[in-house]
Design a protein. Structure first.
Length: 453
């Protein structure tokens, strides 16, 4: 549809074709009118924040190709000058709205917070597709010195692993993002790429986890969990289960930026049957916020629903059981675990006897994070301490699990301290000494540096 060329103040307005105005023609503004200033000059808008650089291929063969490089600028409207009123428009019966039948898919960054910094797993991170390309600076931190130390440690023949550990292990998520941004701008290479080339083994895996930061590392882990033959059920559960709506929203936005695909669709496509239905509930994240008051009458109704779905019948109504466990707030689940245990037996025992495989692990992950026994020490703290121990228990160390559990936990210093305290109480030894006995070399030194940082 075409529109007439706009006229300017002082010029007569030509009538719209096919429109007979019931109003006198516009004769221009009053003599005292001064035209308002034009719109401001165009502004430079931002690109997505530094994640893995374009063209970067991680060790799992996934290439980072951002779908969008910028967001459209906001639309502006400018008020007319004082004393000037626009000419009256056409009568209301005339539809002047242009018809545009095309449909556009929502932008992959739709729903992203407008602030440059977001909270992910209770840790400050640069917002994916935030309002500025480099991450916001950290007060009192100049990444230039750390950049020089890392460059010196990786330049020339050989690598100074001790210098890398000393430089990188103490950094929090925002400082690491600043260092990665400066490294890319000064060297032309991503910090992750350089360390991939200059290091090896589980030491390299641990460095990689730390350098990516909490959000982008989870994006990579989520992709790993559904790539290849089968699903890594343990990994997928620890990434997306028992998360806040904000965490899942940020993860979904960053995943699309990183891989150009829809996060939720990818997961559903990798699962099937009742497991897929359960994870659809988890991804929908219809849980009330944790600050909502607990409805104790609903707790009693949930006790009856769970009993009827499992213990109270031959066979198990898995979907009815999951709907309660997945869609209740953490405080509600704490009250539910307590009420069910008083009336029947512990929910963990019910889940272990009635479920298997992926559903069993995911339900236990949620319930063990809400049990009343150690809730005062932090939601999920004892569960996570036990999972770290499970990475080292038995013959051989499950290094992949150990790396992701230590690396992901260490960002939230207060919570990690609670996990270490719970570990000491549960196993009568420090987490530091346990890890030291299960690992070696620079890999051990890096893990220990994260534990004591």
């Amino acid at each position: 549809m075409s529109f007439p060329r706009p006229s300017f103040p002082g010029q007569p307005q030509p009538p719209m074709q096919g429109y007979n105005s019931a109003y006198p023609p516009y004769s221009g503004p009053p003599p005292t009118f001064n035209p308002p200033p034009g719109p401001p000059p165009p502004q430079q808008y931002y690109s997505p924040p530094p994640g893995p650089p374009p063209g970067h291929t991680d060790r799992h063969g996934a290439s980072y190709n951002p779908v969008y490089t910028s967001l459209p600028p906001p639309s502006h409207s400018y008020a007319p000058a004082a004393g000037y009123a626009p000419p009256p428009g056409p009568p209301p019966h005339l539809n002047t709205q242009p018809y545009n039948p095309s449909y556009h898919h929502p932008h992959p960054n739709a729903g992203a917070p407008n602030q440059p910094i977001s909270l992910y797993l209770n840790v400050q991170v640069p917002t994916p597709a935030g309002p500025q390309q480099p991450p916001p600076p950290v007060l009192g931190y100049d990444p230039t010195g750390d950049y020089e130390r890392v460059r010196k440690a990786t330049k020339g023949f050989g690598t100074d692993e001790a210098a890398l550990i000393k430089t990188l292990a103490p950094l929090d998520a925002m400082k690491m993002a600043n260092l990665s941004s400066v490294f890319k701008s000064k060297s032309g290479k991503s910090l992750a790429e350089v360390l991939e080339k200059e290091t090896g083994g589980w030491f390299r895996t641990t460095l990689h986890a730390v350098v990516l930061g909490p959000l982008w590392y989870d994006v990579e882990l989520a992709n790993q969990s559904i790539r290849g033959l089968g699903t890594d059920e343990t990994l997928l559960t620890e990434i997306i289960v028992d998360r806040t709506q904000n965490d899942l929203n940020l993860l979904s936005i960053a995943y699309r930026q990183r891989y150009g695909r829809n996060f939720e669709s990818e997961i559903r496509g990798d699962l099937s049957a009742k497991t897929e239905r359960m994870f659809s509930m988890i991804l929908a994240n219809n849980r009330p916020p944790d600050n909502a008051p607990v409805d104790h009458s609903q707790v009693e109704r949930d006790v009856a629903i769970l009993y009827k779905a499992a213990q109270g019948k031959i066979g198990t109504d898995e979907i009815a059981f999951c709907e309660v466990i997945v869609n209740r707030s953490r405080p509600h689940l704490t009250a539910l675990c307590d009420a069910y245990g008083r009336k029947y037996k512990s929910l963990t025992k019910v889940i272990k006897s009635e479920f298997s495989g992926h559903m069993r692990f995911a339900l236990l992950y949620i319930v063990n994070g809400a049990k009343n026994k150690h809730i005062n020490e932090g939601q999920g703290v004892w569960r996570d301490a036990k999972l770290i121990e499970a990475s080292m228990k038995g013959i051989g160390t499950k290094d992949k699990q150990l790396v992701w559990r230590i690396a992901r936990s260490h960002w939230d210093k207060n919570r990690f301290q609670a996990i270490k305290t719970a570990y000491q109480k549960k196993y009568k030894k420090s987490l530091e000494s346990r890890v030291a006995g299960e690992t070696s070399g620079d890999y051990k030194k890096m893990l220990l540096a994260l534990i004591v940082a």
